[in-house]
Structures are given as structure tokens and as C-alpha cells.
Design a protein around this ligand. Sequence first.
Ligand SMILES: CC(=O)N[C@@H](Cc1ccc2ccccc2c1)C(=O)O
Ligand SMILES: [Mg+2]
Length: 376
Amino acid sequence: LTITGVQLFWLRMPLVAPFETSYGRVDRRECLLVRLEARHPEAGVVEGWGEVVADADPGYSYETTGTAWHVLTEFILPALPGRTFATPGQWRAACEWVRGHPMAKAGVEMALLDARSRARGVPLWQEYGGYPARRRIPVGVSVGIQPSLDALLATVERFLEQGYRRIKIKIKPGYEVEPVRALRQRFGSIPLMVDANAAYTLADAGRLRVLDDYGLMMIEQPLHEDDLLDHAALQRQLATPVCLDESVKHVHGAREALALGSGRIVNIKQGRVGGPIDARRIHDLCRRYGIPVWCGGMLETGVGRAHNIALTTLPGFTLPGDTSGSDRYYHEDVIDPAVRVGPDGTVEVPQEPGLGYRVVPERVEKYTLRHRSWHA
Ligand SMILES: CC(=O)N[C@@H](Cc1ccc2ccccc2c1)C(=O)O
Ligand SMILES: [Mg+2]
């Protein structure tokens, strides 16, 4: 593939409802979209789309739309037009010199895989190395911290009616045992998990051990985002599996987490770990350790959502992920059709070349704050 053009869009989209975690509350989401135009010897000109999943503020990670805009416009995108990448690996050699900024780099790598899959005439899941058998993927939903237990119960009831296979609720110190107990009393033994977004410390082990009585699937990222050692110590005190999210920042960190026993489940997000290639490497590593993985969500637009669906077709993704329907977050997605969750709680894996969804330029434009482009 020879890159002939690159476009970078800075988007801001309103959310259908505020989303609250242990570290903050958002009622709109920013992200960047990367659009590549490339020429392929046989296929001619193709486009590819990727999403930089960083948000407006550094609550989840140090990356923001601002840092990614800076790194991409200053150091990565200007050099792309005219470059030829026969394999995604060659792209990696070109951007490896940039330290950190995994979400910024991942946005470009996703766009490359999309363009490559269109040039090869294969669906995106094949570019990710997925299994053909996975025609539909079971998905779960992430429920933010609610203003009251009644609001929580009503929200979860609505999502269960929509078919979601797994309920994840955000927790924080002082809001964990009551909500879990209320959900168990009301909904019985539904697949249920919690995500603390790093809000606890090892000193809270006693409080988290109370959750062992509720048969949760996992406790996601209880401790500090840079921690692996204390997570291993906590896991030894808990019956419930610890799932790592923020703490697994790259393949190297995944290796250390597995060797240390920092958790028994890993949430993989291609944005957080630096792109689809490393997401697959972490998937393969976890498989060798017998560690199940699932695809986390970053409130992506349909572009990132389509990439998440493709990633989830890899065989080690045996647990429902957070790739909910477009309507879980947005009144209108930038893709057509929107990602829809069936009544059985599954999402269809597109079989057309590329994303399998059309990115609607007018909608991208509608939500775009800033836009830059480079051409060969
Ligand atoms: C679905 C889910 O819970 N995602 C993240 C947290 C999260 C929460 C809020 C966000 C707002 C803007 C961008 C990314 C965000 C990610 C998680 O698994 O920890
Ligand atoms: Mg998480």
C-alpha cells in the first residue's frame, strides 16, 4: 500500500446520558478519526479509517485528544504520504521511534488495517487474524455510577431487556457492596462484574473481599493504573478473578503481569496497548497462559466499534466485551448502519471488505471541531 493522503478529524459528540466512573463524569466524548487514502497495485485507490480513543481529559490515561493531535500532526502523519507499507509490520518500524502515545499510534494502525483489508477484498476480521466461525459475538454493557440504587436497577433492567449478555457496573470506595447486593437481590445470578478504574489500594482488600460473596465474574482494575505487584498480592487474597485494564499498557507489561500473577483475566483495548498488532500479541500471550481476554470499550464511535468487533473474533476472546450498540452512547453514530445488538445480546460480524460499515462524511463533518490533511 502506498499512502497518497491522510486526514485527521477532531470530533466532539454528545452522549445520550452522562457516564460516571470512579474518576469523573462525562456527558460528551471527544476522539480523533484518522482517514488514510492509499494506492494498491491491483485494487487501485482504497481508504482506511481508524480511531484514536483518547478523550478530552487525562482521566483514564495521560493521553488526550490534545496530546494525540500534537503527536500525530507533529511527528507521525506528515511523513506518511508517499510511504509504501507492504505489511503492517513495516508501519510499526516507521513509528516505533515515538515513545508512548499508544492511542495516537493505534489510530493510524487501525486505518492501515482497514485500508489493507479493502485492498485485499477481505473483511476486517480476517486482517485481525480472527476465526471464520465467529459470525456473531456476544456483547456486554458498561453501566456508569448511578445517582441512586433505584436508578441503577432501572438502568440495568433496561439493558437486560435489550439482550446484553453481561452487566458491568462502575464502582468506587463506598459505592460497591450496596449496588452489587441490590443487583443480586433483584436480578439473581446474571453475569455481573465491576470496574473500579483504579480507585482502591491494597489497604482496601478487606472491603473488596466482601465482594467475593456475590459470585462476580471479575473485579476490573481495582488498583493503581501503573501497578502490577499489589494486584498480584490482592489476587492472592480474593476468590474473584482480578481483571487488568489500565495496568496492561503494552506487550511488555502484559508479559510482566502474567509472570507476576497480577490478574486472571485481561481486558484488551487496541487503543490502550498501541494498536491491533500488539492487541493480537497480547491475546496470543494470554492464550499461552490460559488467561481469558475480552474486548474493552472506550465509548468509541462506529469506527472504533467496527475495529473492536473485528478484534473480538480472535479465539481467546471468550468473555463478553464492552462493544455495546451505537445507541448505548450516541443519538447518531458517524457510521451507517449503526452497530446494533440483537435481542440475543450478540452483534453481527460484517463480512464485506473493510470496516463493514460506511463512514458517513456529512456526519463526521457535523461533529468535527478541527481537521487537517496531508497529501503526497
Ligand atoms: C466502557 C468503559 O467502561 N470504558 C472504560 C472507562 C471509560 C470511561 C469513560 C470514558 C469516556 C470517554 C472515553 C473513554 C472512556 C473510558 C473502562 O473499561 O474502564
Ligand atoms: Mg476498565
